[in-house]
Each structure stands twice: as C-alpha cells, then as structure tokens.
Design a protein around this ligand. Structure first.
Ligand code: PAF
Length: 281
C-alpha cells in the first residue's frame, strides 16, 4: 500500500494509473476502521480496480465540538487493516491540505428536503460538512466508483445528490450494513461504548427488527410510537424513530403495503449518538 499525504503526489500517481487504463475505486473514511469499512475495501478488489482509501476526520461535519474531540483515532491499526485487506493507496491529508482557504470559507450545497429531515434536522450543518469534504476528495481522487455503506443511509442519498449537483463522473456503489453477532450495526462510534452501554446498544437494532416484523399496510404511526417507547424504557435519549420511503426519505404515517420503505433510528446512549436503519420490504 502506498501512503500519500500531499495532493500533488497523490494526483500524479493517480494520473499514471488512469493512463494505464486502471479503474479507480474510492472508499473515504474517518478512520477507526471496522469490518464494515473493510467490506467496502474488498469490493473494488473483486473488480480488478485500484482501491484508494482516505482517512480524514473532517472537522466541518461535526455539529458538536465534543463529538469531534472524542471521535476515535486508531491510525496504526487502520493502516495495518487496510494493508492486510489489499488497499492499494491510502490518502492521509492534513486539514490545511483539504481546506487551504480555511474551514469557514466553504461552498454551500443546495440539498433541499434531505437537509431538513432526520440527520439533517438533528445535526444542522452536518451534511454541508459531508458535502464539502466529499466534493473535495472526489475532485482530488477522481474515482470511477465511490463505495459507501448503507449504515449511513441518508448520507448515501446526500452524496448521490452532491454528485448530481456538481456533475462529477463517479458512480456510487452502496455496501450492506455489517452487524456484530448480536445484531448491533458496526460503527466507529461503538468503540466509545463502555461494557454496559455496548450490551444495551443492540436495542437499536432490535427496534428495527421489531418494526420490520410488525409492519402492516395502513397507519404506521402507532408502530413508530411503540418502537420509540421501547428505547425510552431502556433510557435511550431518542432523536427519532421513523419510517420513510426508501427512495426519497419522505416520512410516512400510512403505508400502502407496496412502496419500498426504510425504518431509521437515531438515539443517544449517555453521550454517544448511534444511528441505524433497515429496509423493510
Ligand atoms: O461516513 C463517513 O465516514 C464520513 O462521513 C465520510 C463520508 C468519510 C466523509 O467524511
């Protein structure tokens, strides 16, 4: 694996690869890697594509300073994991390299409805930050394929919208959410959970499995309410338990039994905010 810290060196290398006719797959990350990330790294390998990953804890997407400060950093372990799993190139930029004009002087992306619901509503500015860094990274790496995890369902939709808005020529490939043996969705934030919190965290996945089992055509408001009560009873602070259309994330109260839908949850266990989602049909 070749490690680059400077954009100029990375782009010179990428240009050489493209001239050789190589196809490029890109997996952006904020580090603290787990098997969910690794499954995305392995994906381009199957298609004879050069795999580029980045590790950059992007300050502009954290709407709470404390969350940024406490974001887990496990760089040596990450480099080892990437290397062992066949990643070809790792981009490890500094903040100055990504944001030479400073953090506040950044473009605005018109994300419309997507920025007003769920994560957009509860984490103001978060998706602007995601777009700023992903736009910058895609402009640098210029990959043919961008690999994202379904665990961040709304983020996948936001990034597809960003690619549309900016007319970038990258195809998005979405990998399934990987789960621990008890069902907890793999996430870098799980590293912050203490033993007791870790045991409890699985209730979020249980809530989604419960919704999937119980959902029936007709009014779904009471099912959302029951699911939310389940988490509240376990002392979660719930931001939302919602059911939405899978393609536009329109929140629904009634379901015709046919439309593809997704359940989404965001809740705090003490200070740690966890999200998860599940396609229901
Ligand atoms: O999902 C993440 O890890 C981040 O939001 C991303 C896409 C790497 C942008 O910083």
């Amino acid at each position: 694996m070749i490690l680059f810290k400077k954009i100029t060196e990375l782009t010179a290398f990428m240009d050489q690869q493209k001239q050789k006719g190589q196809s490029i797959g890109f997996v952006p990350t904020m580090g603290a890697l787990h098997n969910g990330h690794i499954s995305l790294i392995i994906n381009p390998k199957k298609h004879d594509t050069i795999t580029v990953s980045s590790i950059f804890v992007n300050p502009t997407q954290f709407n709470e300073a404390k969350d940024f400060e406490k974001y887990p950093v496990t760089l040596e372990k990450d480099i080892d994991l990437l290397e062992k799993n066949g990643c070809d190139v790792l981009f490890l930029p500094t903040v100055i390299e990504i944001y030479p004009d400073g953090l506040s002087n950044q473009p605005y992306y018109n994300l419309g409805y997507l920025e007003t619901v769920l994560e957009g509503k509860y984490r103001p500015g978060h998706f602007q930050g995601v777009c700023q860094v992903v736009h910058r990274l895609l402009s640098i790496v210029q990959p043919h394929y961008l690999y994202l995890g379904q665990k961040d369902y709304q983020q996948c939709m936001v990034i597809k919208k960003l690619i549309n808005l900016t007319e970038l020529k990258t195809a998005v490939v979405i990998g399934n959410t990987l789960r621990e043996s008890d069902g907890l969705a793999m996430s870098s934030r799980n590293m912050r959970l203490n033993e007791q919190e870790r045991k409890k965290a699985v209730k979020i996945a249980e809530t989604l499995f419960f919704i999937k089992k119980e959902i029936k055509p007709g009014y779904v408001g009471d099912l959302k309410e029951r699911a939310q009560q389940y988490l509240l009873a376990e002392n979660f602070k719930v931001d939302y338990v919602e059911i939405a259309t899978a393609d536009t994330l329109t929140i629904i109260e009634n379901w015709d039994g046919k439309q593809p839908i997704v359940a989404l949850v965001a809740a705090y266990l003490n200070e740690i905010r966890l999200i998860d989602n599940m396609l229901l049909n």
